[in-house]
Design a binder for this molecule. Structure first.
Ligand code: ZN
Length: 457
């Protein structure tokens, strides 16, 4: 779908790199980048005008198909032992029923929902590559193509992260049958990347990255080969999500997962480490200094019983983080940020934990850091309102009575902690993909999802 690209957007209030500004005119060039940000401006004819404009939020970690599992894994198995690993078995079985068409339908519906809540880019950590029997499709990029088609139809920027998966656990342990749709040899994976580069390497609405699944699913030599084959793209990897994973890594290498990675690889700003839940204070401080981003998925991490990330220490060490929807049980960035702070409060029995001396507002700290860190992790120049960055913009209504008296950072505190965020319009690279709270395809997309969702009960 072709959306009109706007030349300017006017905001009565906006959060720019200069701070909170009034009567802000955001000029947009033909390539979808912001060309100028002027405050105390007047609204030119034809420019849409909004109460409040914020930079769009990046969703650094999604497994789109898992959206269709929502609500199907919350029933106890009866043994009192439900955990991440039992959830994973259910998820593996779920993948067997997914056709390429269903994957596209679920992803499109999800991406529309993400946009409507204020996400403007998504990092799709894409590990379904083969058919239900584990046989490669004749077109090796079949399922990647479905994800790209879904993202383009929705109008969200996609950072596509095809996953390398080859082993069942640390030390090259064999995989199990549930993982059959994920598996590739290093050669087959590099071929897949080559095909994707040919198809989408020049596209301005797609960023290509790589995703070695985890240290338990990829051999060290494969990790090195992937890094060497692709020097500049985003590199995402799950790490230290579960205590069992840490114990298994210790048994294999006598090192914890993050310790092993930091000792063996040059982790830098191109890396996005997903979860990083179980780290020592030393690992946390060292990781913060590398410039890598941590991809936190607070709602999914709570849903799966992962544990709580050492966010306070990481923030104190000036670490970079983004937020992700992961299993997609929550599609709202506002809820995700609230969960992130609340987990810290519950763990520390204090309040306003994720703040800094220069930014005492929890809402402002969470929003600004996640927007900037998330964009960096997705390899896009976004997450702030400034010239030469992407015009990924989210407009919100200030009509809620509570917002009437709120000023500057307390607006974000109210939006996040009061759950009153009403996103009215969303622009992706200057294109208005959500208008007055609606997405042009949401009805049709929802109807298609209704037609297939019955297969998954
Ligand atoms: Zn994940």
């Amino acid at each position: 779908m072709q959306w009109k690209r706007y030349k300017a957007v006017f905001a009565r209030k906006a959060l720019t790199t200069q701070g909170w500004q009034k009567d802000v005119l955001i000029n947009i060039d033909e390539g979808g980048l912001i060309s100028a940000v002027e405050d105390s401006a007047t609204s030119p004819p034809g420019a849409p005008s909004f109460d409040l404009v914020l930079p769009g939020m990046a969703n650094v970690h999604s497994h789109a198909f898992q959206r269709a599992m929502t609500g199907l894994t919350e029933i106890a198995s009866g043994e009192g032992r439900d955990n991440f690993w039992s959830w994973r078995e259910v998820m593996y079985k779920f993948t067997f029923g997914l056709t390429p068409e269903a994957i596209e339908i679920i992803a499109r519906a999800l991406y529309i929902e993400l946009l409507k809540h204020g996400y403007t880019a998504v990092g799709e950590f894409h590990y379904l590559h083969h058919d239900a029997q584990g046989k490669p499709y004749a077109n090796v990029t079949e399922l990647s193509d479905r994800i790209v088609t879904a993202a383009r139809a929705a109008g969200i920027h996609l950072t596509h992260l095809p996953v390398m998966y080859e082993t069942g656990n640390f030390g090259g342990k064999p995989t199990n049958d549930g993982q059959r749709r994920f598996l590739n040899t290093p050669d087959a994976y590099l071929k897949l990347l080559g095909e994707l580069k040919k198809k989408y390497g020049d596209a301005d609405d797609i960023t290509l990255g790589v995703a070695p699944h985890s240290l338990r699913a990829v051999k060290p030599e494969t990790l090195r080969a992937i890094l060497e084959a692709l020097e500049h793209c985003p590199m995402h990897m799950h790490i230290a999500e579960q205590e069992k994973e840490v114990a298994d890594c210790l048994q294999w290498s006598r090192k914890r997962p993050m310790e092993w990675l930091l000792d063996n690889f040059n982790v830098d700003a191109r890396w996005c480490l997903i979860h990083a839940t179980h780290m020592t204070p030393e690992e946390t401080a060292t990781l913060a200094k590398t410039g890598a981003t941590v991809g936190l998925c607070p709602t999914t991490e709570a849903n799966l019983g992962d544990g709580i990330f050492q966010a306070e220490h990481f923030l104190t060490a000036d670490g970079s983080f983004g937020i992700g929807t992961d299993s997609n049980v929550c599609t709202s960035p506002w809820e995700e940020l609230k969960m992130m702070e609340y987990a810290q409060r519950l763990a520390t029995r204090r309040r306003n934990v994720l703040c800094t001396e220069s930014t005492p507002s929890a809402g402002r700290t969470l929003f600004a850091r996640a927007a900037a860190g998330g964009a960096k992790a997705l390899g896009i120049n976004a997450g702030i309102l400034a010239p030469e960055t992407r015009a990924d913009l989210v407009a919100l209504s200030m009509e809620h009575p509570l917002l009437h008296s709120r000023k500057n950072d307390t607006i974000l505190d109210t939006l996040i902690f009061g759950a009153t965020a009403v996103v009215t319009d969303v622009f992706v690279a200057g294109r208005r993909v959500v208008e007055n709270g609606a997405h042009a395809q949401e009805e049709e997309s929802a109807e298609k999802l209704r037609q297939i969702i019955g297969r998954f009960v």
